[in-house]
Design a protein around this ligand. Structure first.
Ligand SMILES: Cc1cc2nc3c(=O)[nH]c(=O)nc-3n(C[C@H](O)[C@H](O)[C@H](O)COP(=O)(O)OP(=O)(O)OC[C@H]3O[C@@H](n4cnc5c(N)ncnc54)[C@H](O)[C@@H]3O)c2cc1C
Length: 470
């Protein structure tokens, strides 16, 4: 009897799971395994919200597997030790898994493949995290795209991958296999603050359906307004792999085909373009792993970041005196979530107004986001700091006040997350110390810690000097 281990990692679902489907086709029995690796849990980029979201999804996956007559084997330890040990114990012929483009994961997976070769078991990896891998979206001369628009044009020329139909059926485990428990590290408590209706594969599909029903038609208009339910909030599910980007694209294309209005069809295209950005950044990480250590563009390494610790702490704690920045940062810390528009605003503010290195912000985000993803987060930070691929030019600096007025026009989002300002009426809420000094004086809310107009000029000078353009 041929036994194959499916090693679940960031693919916590049964449907459209290429590695799992292949294992189901190739084996008489598939043994589904998840390894709780203490080294990953101890990493600074594996924060409590991400862990809580993941473990809730592992629980759901275990229940889904029970539902098809299988059982998730939970192991605890270093996968490079635990998986080969399990292979021996059950006489497995192979280990299948989805590919992951983070440098540490690539190193680990190469080590697993080497162990397999040495010990006589097959290790096969499959595309999973993306719709198209970087090698599938190449220039005519084989070159790698580093600019989004031509990348996206080329991406769209590919035929969409079919969805995998195979899911593991009956069959399963040798009765002697022991499954460990998820560690009791407080993640159940942490999961209570996450504001998602549910976890796991069924919840991800329900969220996608809700998005298509309620928000997709207006996505192009509403996606920039944090106070509106204008986006899908699928990112933590995509991070944990409870839904695949291919499932999302197929569903959105299907939805688009039924729409009569041009505006709704356009919204579908804008949404798909965001999923393409996601593939783009995964490809950048895969091809240019140095981005985790330094700027994508080497010339930006000379830019100086003279910002102070006091300002960094004020940014982290939502006490900068810029209400839109503070509301966003408080929401992040309280819930593990921040809207895309706000991520851009606070990242620009940290790098261009406070002159603090983007890596400090990148780390802070990873510690707090439930969707913390090395590729998208690094891409977003390097975009905001102007150091990345196809990034915002360094001289195009968001003004926090006009961003606030434009994207939270009624100030509802601000008042929700900065309750000190609840009584500041009208547009004064965007700049309370200036526009409503009396109410502001009583509110206990800080004055702006910097003057944007001045810091903008300082930032331009710092970039110019660093780039030798003076
Ligand atoms: C500084 C910064 C840091 C970020 N860090 C992360 C991160 O750690 N993890 C993460 O998933 N996204 C990150 N993003 C991208 C984006 O903010 C989130 O993907 C988005 O807010 C998720 O909300 P949603 O699912 O409602 O998005 P929707 O608008 O519904 O978009 C659908 C999906 O498209 C993808 N997507 C959307 N925008 C982007 C983008 N700009 N780049 C890459 N993929 C995108 C996401 O997977 C998202 O779930 C970051 C952006 C910035 C500017």
């Amino acid at each position: 009897m041929k036994v194959i281990i499916h090693w679940f990692r960031r693919d916590l679902r049964l449907r459209d799971n290429p590695a799992l489907a292949a294992a189901t086709r190739d084996a008489d029995e598939v043994v589904p395994v998840f390894v709780i690796d203490p080294a990953i849990l101890a990493r600074p980029d594996c924060g409590p919200n991400l862990t809580a979201f993941f473990f809730k999804c592992v629980e759901s996956l275990a229940a889904e597997l029970e539902g098809v007559g299988s059982r998730l084997v939970l192991l605890h330890g270093d996968p490079l030790v635990e998986i080969p040990r399990l292979v021996k114990q059950i006489g497995a012929a192979a280990v299948y898994h989805g590919r992951d483009y983070e440098p540490f994961a690539k190193e680990r997976d190469a080590a697993m493949a080497a162990i397999g070769q040495r010990e006589g078991f097959v290790v096969r990896s499959f595309k999973d995290v993306v719709v198209f891998e970087s090698r599938e979206v190449r220039k005519e001369d084989g070159g790698i795209y580093t600019v989004f628009t031509p990348y996206s044009r080329r991406w769209k020329k590919n035929a969409l991958p079919e969805l995998e139909k195979n899911t593991p059926g009956k069959g399963g485990l040798a009765a002697t296999l022991q499954s460990e428990k998820l560690p009791d590290s407080g993640w159940q408590k942490d999961s209570e603050k996450l504001q998602w209706a549910g976890f796991g594969e069924a919840a991800a599909r329900a969220l996608l359906e809700r998005f298509l029903e309620k928000a997709a038609a207006g996505y192009a208009d509403n996606r920039n307004f944090p106070g509106v339910e204008g986006t899908s909030r699928l990112s933590p599910h995509l991070r944990a792999g409870t839904i695949s980007p291919r499932q999302i694209i197929h569903a959105v294309e299907g939805w688009k085909a039924k729409q009569q209005s041009k505006a709704a069809q356009h919204s579908a295209d804008v949404f798909i373009s965001e999923i393409i950005w996601r593939d783009f950044y995964q490809g950048i990480l895969d091809e240019f792993p140095h981005v985790t250590q330094r700027s994508f563009r080497p010339e930006y390494e000379a830019v100086q970041w003279p910002g102070c610790e006091e300002h960094f702490v004020a940014w982290c704690e939502g006490r900068t005196g810029y209400p839109i920045v503070d509301a966003a940062m408080r929401q992040l810390v309280a819930t593990g979530w921040m809207h895309n528009r706000l991520r851009m605003i606070v990242a620009m503010f940290l790098t261009k107004d406070l002159h603090i290195h983007w890596q400090r912000g990148e780390e802070f985000f990873m510690r707090h986001l439930a969707d913390g993803d090395c590729a998208a987060n690094n891409g977003g930070w390097q975009w905001s700091a102007s150091t990345g691929t196809d990034a915002a030019p360094y001289f195009r600096i968001f003004a926090p006040l006009s961003q606030s007025e434009k994207f939270d026009p009624e100030g509802e989002f601000i008042r929700k997350w900065v309750p000190e300002l609840a009584n500041v009426r009208g547009a004064a809420v965007h700049a309370p110390s200036e526009r409503a000094p009396l109410e502001w004086g009583k509110s206990g809310y800080p004055a702006p810690i910097v003057d944007h107009a001045k810091e903008r000029l300082v930032a331009m000078e710092l970039y110019k000097v660093g780039l030798g353009r003076v």
